[in-house]
Design a protein around this ligand. Structure first.
Ligand code: DGJ
Length: 714
């Protein structure tokens, strides 16, 4: 659309808009990304008409484009770092072709550099349902010689001058998704991951907020890269006080070299902006991730509750023990039995057998079929753990094919958890893995694979001595895609020592992630809240573990452990056979409660909040019909418990609030006031305006307890 002779590209979502200016002789200029503009609102002319040329500047000063590049007038971070043996080191995309796929929704910008003989296609798609802008880039080598690529931004996003803080999650194995926040300033903010998988410590995304933005109010931006390998993101202050935010794949030196005519396509970036604080961004991300997922049968069915054998028995398997565990799982009301690590050939500990994907004949003399038959006869689905990309040096596979591991000649093969990584990009390796998995999936009634990956990549070279990180991620995607295509009824869980491979990229193929090996419920509250900033609850593996928790040695009541697992994809991971009769009964009540609530927990939206005094709350569902969980994380320091303000409610309606968590030793003391009695009885009816502005008074409670309520509009 032309305004005052200038052409603009406008993309509109439900609550956000993006505007680029088409300027002759350069890539489109970023003019706006933020809250929704009126349909016809446009800048008053070209950007350069609105700002004087500063002193000591180029005569044609260069503002931020959709694809800024080094060396021909742009002094900031480049969206492309590439060269042809040192030449064509500077690029300028001076021609733009605009191809609309859907008006105001999806556009492809083809940018051409006739001097460096390169073209880039920048794709932008605004989804009005989620308000998520999806971006990606495709670089093509139009020249006669190879080009070496060191960086290709998947997205370049503008952030306004009010951007003040960047929030992100960091962590480690057993402690993923820890919240962090840095002040944005004039130094470059940059996060990178070189571990070869998504990593426990650098989730490929972040949120940026204006000063004063909170959990439920104020301007917040978010972006995440849909990629399960190395990655980088940076936020850079610009001369006009805006910032640019780039995200993309991380390349090892020399890893990407494009032959003449060849192209490089980046992963997608999901980006969003909300005026409703961090919760608004989380809700937009959840909607976008849900829309990307590919479910068996075309739609998600209620998430089956499951028992995972890992922390209950570790490697100590045999058919009779596992059958008894499955029977207990069924008695508890669980719906899926996942046989974790320890089932295959000579796998007694983590020192050997990865790669030899056949049942251990000592533990399962008749194979896994009798166990699987027992599980399915109980009405449970049968799931199996695998770690396809790995090999132990002590395995038949490695003895036969030592050259199949990623390696750099002359360097030691560095093990982690006693294992090496297979070079899945080699066709014979991928074929072997497919045939091993296919043999299991064809011979057993497996409906679920837990797909693990228990180490970072090192010495990740191929036979030609070149880096293979990117190839490895693409080969993993190809393998999992082939499994999905061949066995479409099978669901897959992505695990990498807990949460080491959780991202929007793997979620094209997987249906659940194992959030963390830490099942300590206190730790889990933080981990899960960090997770929920970027990803929806129904894919968040959340288990009731043992007390004391194996990862921390800390104990919590069964009620608290179950309440913390309740909103996610619920499971049990402990030696269920060793539970007391009372614990079994209590756990089965929680399983039944989760099954009765899961449709509401796993649809609609999620709101997180902090009521102060160590009370954290989260609400799931629709604003007219919520499940509200109020966690007391530590003892109160106040005489009176603070109210829980519920800003998402409709101030014009009234709500009935009922407390629904099963009474039990851990459910917390509840003083007998009229309101607290009503909450447990027919419910307390409260004005929405009051709940929005002042809040719900909740009963006093013991540390490490959770009260669960339904909040329903009348
Ligand atoms: C790491 C996973 O995170 C655990 O849940 C378990 O599957 C082990 N691997 C098995 O080795």
């Amino acid at each position: 659309m032309q305004v005052h002779g200038t052409e603009f590209i406008a993309l509109h979502g439900r609550a956000s808009s993006a505007i680029l200016e088409l300027a002759p002789g350069e890539a489109p200029l970023w003019r706006y990304w933020g809250p929704r503009l009126a349909d016809h609102a446009r800048p008053h002319g070209p950007i350069r008409d609105g700002r004087a040329r500063p002193s000591f500047s180029l005569d044609h000063d260069q503002p931020l484009t959709a694809f800024p590049t080094f060396g021909v007038g742009w002094f900031g971070q480049s969206a492309l770092i590439a060269h042809r043996d040192g030449r064509d080191f500077a690029q300028a995309f001076t021609e733009t072709q605009v191809h609309w796929i859907e008006p105001e929704r999806r556009v492809e910008l083809t940018l051409i550099d006739p001097v460096a003989r390169l073209s880039v296609r920048v794709c932008l798609a605004m989804d009005p349902a989620s308000d998520v802008l999806t971006l990606s880039s495709r670089l093509t080598n139009d020249g006669p010689d190879d080009i070496e690529v060191q960086w290709l931004a998947a997205a370049v996003l503008p952030l306004p001058p009010v951007a003040s803080h960047v929030g992100y999650v960091s962590g480690r194995h057993n402690g993923e998704f820890q919240p962090c926040e840095d002040r944005l300033g004039r130094a470059l903010w940059r996060r990178e991951n070189r571990r070869g998988i998504t990593s426990h410590d650098a989730f490929p995304g972040a949120i940026v907020r204006e000063a004063g933005a909170t959990q439920d109010a104020g301007l917040v931006y978010g972006a995440q890269l849909a990629w399960s390998g190395n990655h980088a993101q940076m936020i850079e202050w610009l001369d006009d006080d805006r910032f640019q935010w780039q995200l993309g794949e991380g390349f090892a030196p020399g890893e990407v070299r494009l032959a003449p005519g060849a192209s490089l396509v980046t992963p997608q970036v999901l980006a969003t902006v909300s005026g409703a604080g961090r919760n608004g961004v989380a809700q937009n991300f959840h909607a976008a991730i849900r829309a990307r997922m590919v479910w068996p049968g075309g739609a998600m069915r209620p998430r089956p509750t499951h028992l995972n054998t890992w922390e209950g028995v570790y490697f100590d398997h045999d058919e009779a023990t596992m059958k008894a565990l499955a029977t207990t799982a069924a008695d508890l009301g669980l719906e899926r039995f996942v046989l974790d690590d320890g089932w295959f050939h000579r796998r007694d500990n983590d020192t050997r057998a990865l790669g030899d994907w056949r049942p251990d004949s000592r533990k399962y003399p008749r194979g896994l079929a009798p166990l699987a038959a027992h599980v399915t006869a109980l009405g449970l689905e049968f799931g199996l753990w695998v770690e396809p990309e790995m090999v132990n040096p002590d395995s038949d596979l490695y003895r036969a094919h030592p050259d199949w591991a990623l390696r750099i000649e002359g360097r030691p093969r560095l093990t982690a958890r006693n294992q090496l990584v297979l070079d899945v990009g080699r066709p014979e390796v991928a074929e072997y893995l497919f045939s091993q998995l296919a043999a299991l999936l064809e011979s057993l009634p497996i409906r679920y694979l837990k797909w693990d990956h228990n180490r970072d990549l090192t010495t990740a070279g191929g036979p030609d001595g070149r880096a293979r990180y990117r190839t490895q991620t693409l080969a993993f995607y190809a393998l999992i895609e082939r499994i999905r295509a061949t066995f479409p009824a099978v669901e897959i869980e992505s695990c990498a020592g807990g949460g080491g491979r959780i991202d929007a990229g793997v979620l094209r193929y997987a249906h659940r992630v194992w959030t963390s090996d830490c099942i300590d419920a206190v730790s889990r509250v933080t981990i899960q809240r960090g997770f929920l900033q970027f990803l929806p609850p129904e894919i968040m593996g959340a288990h009731v573990g043992a007390a004391p928790a194996h990862s921390t040695g800390r104990s919590q009541t069964l009620a608290f452990r179950a309440a913390v697992a309740l909103p996610g994809h619920f499971g049990v991971e402990l030696d269920a056979g060793a539970l007391s009769a009372a614990d079994r009964t209590e756990l089965s009540v929680w399983v039944a409660l989760q099954k009765s609530l899961r449709d509401r927990l796993h649809a609609g939206q999620v709101w997180l909040g902090d009521a102060g005094d160590n009370l954290l709350w989260q609400a799931h569902g629709q604003a007219a019909d919520l499940i509200l969980l109020v966690h007391r994380m530590a003892p109160s320091t106040l005489r009176h418990t603070p109210s829980v303000r519920l800003p998402m409610l409709d101030a014009t309606r009234r709500y009935r609030i009922r407390r629904i968590d099963p009474p039990g030793p851990g459910s917390g003391a509840s003083a007998a006031t009229a309101n607290f009695a009503a909450l447990k009885g027919d419910g307390l009816v409260v004005d929405g305006a009051w709940l929005c502005a002042s809040g719900l008074t909740v009963p006093p409670s013991k540390a490490e307890s959770c009260a669960i309520f339904t909040v329903t509009a009348l």
